[in-house]
Design a protein around this ligand. Structure first.
Ligand code: HSE
Length: 292
């Protein structure tokens, strides 16, 4: 057995997916981190959750971090007899900031580090497992690799291109959640060809705008493929996106919502009552192991 005897801590960033036109493809890691600490024990499973999700998430084998660790142990062919897990969460759940991707990526990275399994599960295989568990690659890619990511799926194989990117970000987080499942259920089976053409140009432009043409961000963040269909499920978020855009601030729904992400800081627009507001930078690094 190569199981480490000491604790392993993983810091994993929040992420924003879609970024407007890049549905299920573009993702950005944000400097806002959950931290999970795991330790091998002789038997059993103990879980402590502090912060977001405390008192709400299950404290058994169905906990998403544990499920992800167990899936990784299966691939690694090795599993400690028992586990102690502590989660210190700041990424709000059900708000479109990648909390499930953080849990999945954090769990797999922690499991790999706990059994010294880097040679048995490289980053690409880890990314594939995380994508399989999440169902799409756009949040797990930046959670694992940091920066700006363009992800796609080729058959069942997940792939991603990571890019260095620094852009100022503000997120406006509403007090109530919208589940990704619900938000995906609002999308149509087919879209008009003209809307697909519209988004193709915007998504391509957005990568250029984020890298070196910030004056293009207002045009580049337009979307017709998902945001309009989801508006009724998060009307306050849409109102805020519209108000910000009228003021010239490039604003989008973050992931499946309902958080609003603006590519700017020092924004005049007031934060709606009961919402949280965070000025964030891009996280250059994805999930990071700290051995203690
Ligand atoms: N691309 C996904 C969506 C992100 O918008 O449904 C949320 O997981």
């Amino acid at each position: 057995m190569t199981v480490r005897s000491g604790p392993v801590t993983v810091r994993v960033p929040a992420t924003s997916a879609n970024l407007g036109p890049g549905f299920d493809a573009l993702g950005l890691a944000l400097d806002f981190h959950d931290e999970i600490t795991v330790e091998a024990t002789g038997a059993g499973l103990s879980i402590e959750v502090l912060g977001e999700g405390q008192g709400q998430v299950p404290l058994d084998e169905t906990h998403l971090v544990v499920r992800s660790m167990l899936a990784a142990f299966d691939l690694l062919g090795e599993r400690p007899a028992g586990l102690r897990l502590a989660c210190r969460n700041v990424v709000p759940h059900g708000r479109g900031l990648g909390s499930s991707a953080a849990a999945i990526v954090g769990g797999i990275v922690a499991a790999r580090a706990l059994v010294g399994g880097e040679d048995r599960l490289d980053d690409l295989a880890l990314f594939q497992l995380a994508t399989d568990l999440e169902g799409h690659p756009d949040n797990v890619a930046p959670a694992l690799f940091g920066g700006l990511t363009i992800s796609w799926v080729d058959g069942a194989a997940a792939a991603t291109q990571r890019l260095d990117c620094q852009v100022p970000v503000t997120v406006f987080v509403p007090p109530t959640a919208v589940s990704t499942e619900q938000a995906r259920g609002l999308l149509p089976e087919t879209v008009p060809h003209g809307d697909a053409v519209f988004n193709t140009g915007r998504a391509a432009l957005l990568v250029a705008a984020l890298l070196h043409a910030p004056h293009r961000l207002i045009s580049a963040t337009e979307d017709r493929l998902h945001q309009p269909y989801r508006a009724a499920a998060m009307p306050d978020s849409y109102r805020l996106v519209r108000n910000l855009r009228v003021e010239g601030v490039p604003a989008v729904i973050s992931g499946a919502g309902p958080t609003v992400l603006a590519f700017a800081q020092g924004i005049d627009e007031a934060t709606p009552d009961g919402w949280a507001r965070h000025r964030l930078d891009v996280a250059e690094r994805g999930a990071t192991v700290l051995l203690g």
